[in-house]
Design a protein around this ligand. Structure first.
Ligand code: B12
Ligand code: SF4
Length: 492
């Protein structure tokens, strides 16, 4: 039997384990498998040990994002391998796809499957069960003696050709939760990759500027099922770049409208792409329930955008224009920034971006601002990554090193401690964020009460007006007291 495991990724608001459901979709009717979600287990070790022993599990597939999932996956797989030396452990997902060698070198990860899994995973499983050869499995990396072998990747499978997700394998009610979008929110994923090559983005080394999206009618069929069968009234589209094709999105919105499906939705896109969308498409999306769009603004400084290889037609001005367009259409733009890339003058660059954030808030006070600190991804050949390596930055050499406190939080993108970022810069960003979030409490914090919003606003207003961001202890206290949440889809 095959066990697919989703390590704990967050404390609340669990998302459907779409990575594992996608793998399950191609095993259905061919192999016996189960999905176990670590989010619902205090300690997954006894549960997995029991299943492995009782049900004769041969293969454990683990999906691993950096951050909390990695922190659980490392000690867990180590203990399982010690207890069950013959168990084949295979890792897939964003962390092993981007940091393949360090995973494969560790004694408790037998294989890494890089990138999209639906095509390669069944070939791998067939080979393990004697139906084919491991040496023919695409996307696979493993140790062979002292060397590490990397097989070539197979072409991406088109999402139109993929089977439906086996929702019956999970208790879907456990994943339905309240968000600012609706009381019964579920997540869905409709495309792979992204056509751009931003040099800070973990998608790029994996999908290499390829993007393939499920067609609008098929997407509407899937969403209809989530709405009518499972009672979802809100959908988070987890695609890296949901809005890549205006035609697809407009057709989808029309389908939603035509089928009278009532739900609110959220997706991720680029400011320049959305600026090019017609006014009609915007109106259509709004009518079809679009509430919020998460956009990679990254920086208001065109030089920084170019250093990040943002590509397209994105500039500070296009970001400002699209934020205004969202205001006109009553859709909330969530602008995500990447502060602290290596620059000739990092401090000045951060100050400039803070001024730009204020400019966006003037244009559209409803715009949500999410600030990440740049944590590098290993993108060989990119100029940005060259600067990173030249600065002396090195990734950990073993998986155990990734457990050290400074690395454990590295990909949470709050305080990555890269050589060029001195703690003073990070403090400045955090202080600014505290004041900003007090004056403009996020809509995505559905637990924050109106009076709490008012108190925060009063506390932050004088600081914001005077640009007095330093040492906002009183705001920090209030935010703790109110259990204030950052303006981001939790943990993403
Ligand atoms: C949903 C999601 C989450 C959920 C958790 C999902 C879960 N599994 O429980 C939540 C919201 C909790 C989350 C959290 C975080 N996330 Co997240 N998340 C995503 C998101 C939006 C979708 C993932 C998904 O379901 N994709 C759909 C499936 C079908 O695709 P997939 O995961 O790539 O899986 C395919 C392949 O990778 C492969 N595969 C995957 N697993 C396995 C396993 C095996 C065995 C095999 C063979 C193959 C395989 O096959 C699958 C099918 O083709 C992605 C972005 C994206 N669009 O992928 C970011 C993403 C993975 N997250 C990311 C990050 C960094 C985080 C955080 C660590 C940090 C942060 N602040 O964002 C946090 C950590 C939590 C915290 N407390 O702070 C980054 C990773 C970047 C990187 N450097 O690698 C991404 C790429 C977002 C981004 N663009 O930056 N996340
Ligand atoms: S546009 Fe967004 S998803 Fe695409 S490469 Fe750039 S940051 Fe990544």
């Amino acid at each position: 039997m095959i066990l697919l495991f989703n390590p704990r990724s967050c404390k609340a608001k669990y998302r459907l384990p779409n990575s594992l459901l996608s793998l399950g979709s191609v095993l259905e009717d061919k192999y016996e498998y189960e999905i176990v979600d670590g989010n619902f287990l205090n300690d997954p070790f006894p549960v997995l040990s029991h299943l492995i022993g009782e049900k004769h599990v041969d293969v454990l597939g683990v999906t691993v994002m950096p951050g909390p999932q990695l922190q659980q996956a490392i000690p867990l797989c180590k203990s399982l391998k010690e207890k069950f030396p013959h168990l084949t452990i295979v890792w897939g997902g964003y962390f092993p796809s981007n940091h393949t060698d360090v995973c494969v070198r560790s004694p408790f990860v037998d294989y890494v499957m890089r990138g999209q899994g639906e095509g390669a995973f069944p070939i791998f499983i067939n080979a393990l069960y004697g139906n084919g050869r491991i040496s023919d499995v695409p996307n696979l990396s493993y140790k062979s003696g002292e060397t590490i072998v990397h097989h070539d990747s197979m072409p991406l499978l088109h999402p139109n050709d993929l089977p439906p997700l086996p929702y019956h394998k999970v208790d879907i009610e456990k994943y339905i939760g309240g968000t600012c979008l609706g009381t019964r929110t579920l997540s869905y994923h409709s495309s792979y990759g992204c056509p751009f090559e931003c040099s800070f983005c973990a998608i790029v080394p994996i999908y290499k500027a390829r993007w393939l999206g499920r067609n609008a009618a098929a997407m509407a069929d899937d969403i209809e099922k989530l709405v009518l069968t499972y009672g979802a009234n809100a959908i988070e589209f987890h695609d890296n770049n949901f809005f890549t094709s205006e035609k697809r999105v407009a057709e989808f919105a029309e389908e939603v409208f035509r089928r009278n499906l009532r739900f609110s939705w959220w997706g991720e896109g680029r400011p320049d792409t959305l600026l090019k969308y017609s006014e009609e498409t915007f109106a259509l999306m709004k009518r079809a329930g679009l509430k919020m769009v998460f956009m990679g603004a990254e920086s208001g400084d065109d030089e920084r955008l170019s250093a990040m290889n943002k590509g397209g037609t994105q500039t500070g001005n296009t970001i400002a224009e699209v934020v205004e367009k969202f205001r006109r259409h009553g859709i909330v733009p969530e602008c995500s920034f990447v502060f602290g890339t290596p620059a000739p003058d990092v401090s000045a660059s951060i100050k400039k971006d803070i001024r730009f954030v204020r400019r966006l808030k003037e244009i559209n006070p409803a715009a949500e601002i999410i600030i990440y600190m740049y944590s590098p991804i290993p993108l060989d050949g990119s100029t940005l990554y060259q600067h990173v390596t030249q600065s002396g930055f090195r990734y950990p050499q073993t998986l155990e090193d990734w457990l050290k406190p400074e690395w454990a939080s590295f990909d949470l993108r709050r305080n990555p401690l890269t050589p060029w970022l001195v703690p003073r810069y990070i403090r400045r960003v955090k202080s600014f964020e505290k004041v900003l979030n007090a004056v403009f409490p996020t809509n995505s914090d559905i637990k924050l009460k109106t009076f709490q919003r008012v108190i925060l606003k009063i506390a932050g207003s004088w600081r914001y007006a005077l640009r007095a961001y330093k040492f906002p202890y009183e705001i920090q206290l209030l935010q703790r007291l109110f259990r204030y949440r950052q303006p981001e889809i939790e943990g993403m």
